[in-house]
Design a protein around this ligand. Sequence first.
Ligand code: GLN
Length: 384
Amino acid sequence: MRSKLPDVGTTIFTIMSRRAAELGAVNLGQGFPDYPIDTRLAELVADAMREGHNQYAPMPGVPALLEAIASRLEARYGLGIDPQQSITITLGATEAIYSSIQALAGPGDEVLVFDPSYDSYDPAVRLAGARCVHVPLAPPLFAYDWDAVRAAVNERTRLIIINSPQNPSCTVLGPTDLDQLAAIVAGRDIRVLSDEVYEHVVFDGRQHYSVLGHPQLRQCAVAVYSFGKALHATGLRVGYAVAPADITIELRKVHQFNTFTIATPLQHAIARYISERADVFSGLAGFFQSRRDLLTQLLAGSPLRVLPAAGSFFQLVDYSGCEALSALDDQAAAQLLLEQAGVATIPLSPFYKVPPAQTLLRLCFAKREETLREGASRLRHWMG
Ligand code: GLN
């Protein structure tokens, strides 16, 4: 049978999680918490179902949730946006990304992504019939090379996808990066898709710089968010996209035939939860930073060199100092650690069009302290 994505297999996250479960390994691979959610959220979901919020939600989203999001955006960025015209609730950020790409790019168009880039971007671009152009982030610390972006942009470029905090490089965009991007798209028919699912998870006193806080970029950008990430419940599959009205109209044309509407009781519950807990997101940076610091401390002095991590649920480690792994490519190294050390990690090569020769693995620290301790202890023990 003809495949529309002949080179695509099962995602590395699914493969590693499945094998980790089979082997009883400690899963520091796929980015999901292994600790319980706030029981209040669970109560509110049950309440919403009992109250009868069980039929189709309005296509753009439940008004109470759209409004709760708009008031947070107002407080954060001073945006007086009309939620009915600018916010769309989606099936996780993945649907927001997919539907945005289908809406904004098509045959003959080019879409620019930065490698290492999240694995859903390239296939979504190709399913839209567009061409995905991969611009590498510059080693060793994955810096944005705006000269390379300028050189890659042409009259076919329709969309640039940015991701900050970035998965998997753990870097964040600064205000000058956004200015550079704004200057590149100024006066051109180019939109920006900004994946900001880790917006609250920035470390060491840094600030998150959103396209929504940038006066030029917010006119031409879709910003994408995830309640799964922000509420420690990746199984919710509720995200949202914020965009100017003209983009939102096109995005919803795709959304209504893709997922149509998102789970009604979940939307009601989330709306109430985030309204009840005014400070629900402000503690996330500290919460995850202490886990990052714990993992760093647990690996200190081991053959795994910990790279700087400015944000996200992840930490990169370089295994070139580990004798048993240093000659292996990252997929083989991750495989060996899984099978022999009993720890699942994520290799970086699946995030590249052309993987560079590098010896990096991604570890997720959105886990219970015991999980991090057990994972680090198994790694240290195996590496000797
Ligand atoms: N966002 C998650 C991660 O980076 C993976 C989600 C998925 O499995 N598609 O680990």
